[in-house]
Ligand binder design. Structure first.
Ligand code: E4P
Length: 214
């Protein structure tokens, strides 16, 4: 499974990249706004840190406007992936961009039908939002499982990018479900390393090493 980091914070991205296990980055307008720097400047800085797909979201709501923005974004850096909302216009724009070989990530996907539509439009990635479904008392991971299965049934090439992940168990469940990618907030990535038995075991090894090192 590929690991993307779900943030626009450069320090977090640098730290995650330094681990050597980072495959890409997802951003959205809210994540970029949180950093308080201009949109393009932030994206370019991210692209200079991570050599992998960087999702950049359009803000136009009509297909023509989305395609226009997308064509501009793709000139910014070779790793830009165009993030489009899973709406009628988003799917239309996805089809045009896919036909021209421009990579896309269809975001705000909340149903298997939406995922089917975006696969037919040739999306590179689809982003089912797990945590936001959990928030309204649906089991978000069921959507990831369904989409993985549906894509397998028909051999769709669209990669399932589990998004809106809120805790380490979400990452495990996404991996068990066969998601191609998990996009992980920095805090969750950090928690994935932690286990008290690892800390306790290492502590003991180091104490014992002190007894025998000379
Ligand atoms: C990533 O592509 C999404 O924008 C992100 O995972 C949304 O996460 P949230 O539901 O925690 O805002």
């Amino acid at each position: 499974m590929k690991f993307f980091i779900d943030t626009a914070n450069l320090n977090e991205i640098r730290e995650a990249a330094s681990l050597g296990i980072l495959d890409g980055v997802t951003t959205n307008p809210s994540l970029i706004a949180k950093e308080g720097k201009p949109f393009k400047e932030t994206i370019l800085a991210i692209c200079n840190v991570v050599d992998g797909p960087v999702s950049v979201e359009v803000t136009a709501t009509d297909a023509g406007g989305m395609c226009q923005q997308a064509r501009d974004f793709t000139t910014w850096h070779k790793n830009v992936v165009i993030k489009l909302p899973t709406t009628r216009d988003g799917v239309k724009a996805c089809k045009c961009l896919s036909d021209d070989g421009i990579p896309t990530n269809l975001t705000l996907c909340f149903s298997a039908n939406q995922a089917l539509l975006v696969a037919k439009a040739g999306a590179t990635y689809v982003s089912p939002f797990v945590g936001r479904l959990d928030d309204i008392s649906h089991v978000g991971m069921d959507l990831v499982r369904d989409v993985v299965q549906i894509y397998k049934n028909y051999g769709y090439k669209t990669q399932v990018l589990a998004a809106s992940l809120r805790h380490p168990l979400h990452v495990v469940e996404a991996a068990l479900a066969g998601a191609h990618v998990s996009t992980i907030p920095f805090k969750v990535l950090d928690l994935m390393f932690r286990h008290p038995l690892t800390d306790r075991g290492l502590d003991q090894f180091l104490k014992d090493w002190e007894k025998v090192k000379s």
